[in-house]
Design a protein around this ligand. Structure first.
Ligand SMILES: Cc1cc2nc3c(=O)[nH]c(=O)nc-3n(C[C@H](O)[C@H](O)[C@H](O)COP(=O)(O)OP(=O)(O)OC[C@H]3O[C@@H](n4cnc5c(N)ncnc54)[C@H](O)[C@@H]3O)c2cc1C
Length: 560
């Protein structure tokens, strides 16, 4: 049995920032991570991080853009705090060693991003996430903490109304271990792999969110799923919004720059929900290019010239060449929307606190909420750092005064019981087949446009898959790197979270941000200006609602 004061689960930007804050507060800190820290999905972020710096831009505009982008579902007190922290956070990251791209005068270079009233996305070419992750990892490396690498959180232990620690599974040895701790921070990142076409890494399966839900935490606004307008056709690999920020344009098969019909003022730089719906509509109405992987539209960069494309969008050039067989310097890139980001997650306040004493969450696994119904590009890297620090600080404070955490060998034993059944069955369901069916179901019935009939069908299918999951069989009996077992654990988490997404989407009879119901096409502020809170019960997710916090911005119609 291990013991620490603060355990952070996840070593992406949110987890590392939380750990740094807790170490700096003088606590004994451990990080549990299923991947090497630098392999976290944060490292895949391309486009950049938002901060209103310099004379021409203002924090006020950043706040307003974020409130509007959220379709008025974001909590305005949290958004104000978040935007004010942006400048100091970016400067701090630079001091930690992140090298950002520069303007000719030596100041931080900034590019335009969707839904932003000013070009305020600071970047490191199109590898911003990796540059941030490396800078933070080097800084964290100067402090003392324990790293449990390639350990998978399987469950949280909550007793006497507070967190006592967690159970994790060591991929290298196959052993289950208990870690007692009064404070646990969930920073396990995205869960986009619930969908088939996603820009998310294979590891993005929502393990920590599912563990928090199992332990009694509220999940917030889970029905809001962001689709990125420009995912590469066959693979779903992201083509950053920075490509449009640098001047890239979208065209349909008739050669029309169709965004003029949907967002006449800002065209391709409308927010993501708007651009994604526009592409889907163009294709549905027969103006897409046909292809073996489905119809698509073109993203054209050619007019920007070789120099700009190859210096500012190096990864985009590589991805297009290697994964689509085209050269964006001379040819258009075939794109179609793909799942990209989860606005929902473990419900927290500004300090990262959840409804369970001792449990904290930050980063994409959490929902504060600053993104509301639709996240603006560049706000999420910032969120990981701003709220990672908050959660780490609060977790450290709690650990200092909390009673000793009690975890026993019986807890570790209990966590393994269901898994033993999976391995000992002579026959049963194949977890990877269930995962593929789940992805197809979510893609088809819980996508960009939603209807009551589709959501109901989706819910029935997800519930049927959950029932089949009860009968899974893990064929591989080995202890060392048993990917069959990790696959099964992850599939179970995704099925659980998918049910919460569909139930929330079915209940919300309006269209707001990324949640677009063709049977309820209007935003309905009178009935739905509220957050969905889902709690686990034996009968499935139980929904309740909490009010949105307003400060200064009255809801208006959202046009770009
Ligand atoms: C392709 C792509 C590009 C993006 N580009 C941008 C961008 O330009 N700007 C922007 O603002 N946002 C961008 N985003 C979003 C942003 O990158 C993410 O929301 C953010 O980086 C998530 O950080 P995180 O720390 O919450 O999670 P992650 O970086 O995903 O880290 C999660 C961590 O949790 C660990 N973990 C997961 N499950 C377990 C478990 N069971 N046990 C132990 N550890 C576990 C993993 O090992 C990992 O270390 C992009 C996202 C993608 C997918």
């Amino acid at each position: 049995m291990q013991r620490h004061e603060v355990v952070v689960v996840g070593a992406g930007l949110a987890g590392q920032r939380a750990a740094l804050a807790a170490v700096q507060a003088g606590r004994d800190v451990a990080i549990v991570t299923k991947l090497h820290p630098l392999r976290s999905h944060s490292g895949a972020a391309q486009g950049g991080i938002n901060a209103a710096v310099g004379k021409e831009d203002s924090v006020e505009t950043h706040i307003y853009d974020t409130v509007k982008g959220s379709d008025y579902l974001g909590d305005q007190d949290a958004i104000e705090f978040f935007c004010r922290e942006a400048g100091p956070t970016v400067v701090e990251m630079e001091h930690f060693g992140t090298i950002f791209s520069r303007a000719p005068d030596g100041s931080l270079a900034r590019r335009a991003f969707g839904g932003a009233g000013f070009p305020r996305t600071i970047y490191a070419a199109d590898r911003t996430g990796l540059a941030l992750l490396q800078g933070l990892w080097e800084r964290l490396g100067t402090e003392e903490f324990t790293l449990y690498e390639e350990w998978d959180l399987t469950e949280l232990v909550v007793r006497d109304g507070r967190v006592q620690g967690l159970i994790a599974f060591d991929r290298k040895s196959g052993a289950f271990e208990g870690i007692a701790a009064p404070s646990v921070v969930i920073a396990t990142g995205p869960f986009g792999r619930i969908y088939g076409r996603t820009t998310n890494a294979h590891s993005c399966t929502g393990d920590g969110v599912a563990a928090a839900y199992d332990a009694g935490a509220f999940l917030k606004d889970m029905e809001f799923v962001q689709f990125h307008p420009t995912a590469l056709l066959e693979s779903g690999i992201l083509i950053t919004e920075g490509a449009r920020g640098e001047g890239g344009i979208l065209k349909n098969a008739l050669g029309e720059r169709f965004m003029s019909r949907y967002a006449p003022h800002v065209l391709e730089l409308a927010s993501r929900d708007v651009v994604s719906r526009a592409i889907v509509t163009e294709v549905a109405e027969g103006r897409g290019f046909p292809g073996p992987y489905g119809a698509y539209v073109h993203l054209e960069l050619m007019h920007l010239g070789r120099e700009k494309i190859e210096s500012r969008l190096q990864e985009i050039v590589d991805f297009s060449r290697h994964f689509a067989g085209i050269d964006p310097v001379t040819q258009p890139i075939p794109v179609y929307p793909g799942q990209h980001y989860m606005m929902g997650g473990v419900g927290t306040n500004i300090r990262g606190e959840t409804n369970l004493p001792g449990l904290y969450a930050a980063g994409e696994a959490a929902c504060v909420s600053i993104h509301g119904a639709n996240r603006l590009g560049g706000n999420s890297l910032l969120e990981t750092l701003v709220f990672g620090k908050q959660a780490g600080t609060a977790a450290a404070e709690h650990a200092q005064s909390a009673p000793r955490a009690e975890l026993s060998a019986a807890d570790v034993e209990a966590a393994q019981a269901p898994l033993r059944a999976w391995s000992s069955r002579p026959s049963g369901e194949d977890p990877s087949a269930l995962r593929t069916e789940l992805q197809q179901t979510m893609e088809k019935y819980v996508g960009i446009y939603r209807t009551e009939a589709d959501l109901l069908e989706g819910l029935q299918r997800v519930r049927a898959l959950r029932a089949r999951f009860e009968q899974i069989r893990v064929v591989d009996q080995s202890k060392v790197y048993n990917l069959n077992l990790t696959d099964a654990l992850e599939t179970g988490h995704m099925l659980e979270l998918a049910e919460v997404i569909v139930v929330g989407a079915y209940a919300r009879t309006e269209s707001r941000g990324a949640h677009s119901r063709t049977d309820y096409p209007k935003r309905d502020d009178e009935h739905w200006m509220k957050h969905t809170m889902a709690k686990k019960t034996a009968e499935g997710p139980n929904l309740s609602y909490t009010p949105v916090t307003y400060t200064r911005w009255e809801p208006k119609e959202r046009v770009y």
